[in-house]
Design a protein. Structure first.
Length: 158
């Protein structure tokens, strides 16, 4: 996976000093690299997100997975179709709401996460932030978690 580090494309001075623009650029780069790494497995970044949510939370409705990932209903149907077709998830009726589908990881899905996707994403993660010190990584993670949490933008102290 290792590659040479590219210099970022120059941005207009106003954009280069915009935290929001820089965060967006970092998100684009992360997505690009993960999509490239996942291409061999014919998966997308959002597919990995669904598998990760299910691994952490257990069985969930398609609607709840979509809410957690910010994915619309029709896109979720397609993602689940793809993952189910690969045998990574199973779709069944939700016991609490018979109108909804409950999605759960299959054993093949758990093994695929453990043996393939987690190592692959760890490699991309290291490629992206491997040059940061442990302290800088922890600080970055803390700041990003704050920004991604509900109520982001409200005044808070670090």
């Amino acid at each position: 996976m290792g590659g040479t580090r590219r210099e970022p494309a120059p941005a207009a001075p106003l954009l280069a000093e915009s935290t929001a623009w820089l965060l967006n650029g970092a998100a684009r780069e992360v997505t690009l690299r993960f999509e490239r790494a996942l291409r061999g497995d014919e998966l997308r970044w959002r597919d990995y997100g669904v598998l990760g949510v299910l691994e952490a939370a257990g069985s969930l409705s398609q609607q709840e997975i979509g809410r957690r990932l910010g994915v619309d209903r029709s896109t979720m149907v397609h993602i689940i179709d793809v993952l189910e077709g690969r045998g990574l998830v199973a779709r069944g009726r939700d016991r609490a709401d018979r109108r909804a589908y409950a999605i759960e990881l299959t054993e093949a899905g758990r093994a695929f996460l453990r043996d393939t996707l987690h190592p692959l994403t760890a490699e991309v993660h290291e490629e992206l932030i491997g040059g940061l010190s442990a302290e800088d990584r922890a600080h970055l993670d803390r700041i990003l978690a704050l920004l991604a949490s509900p109520g982001a933008g409200e005044e808070r102290t670090m």
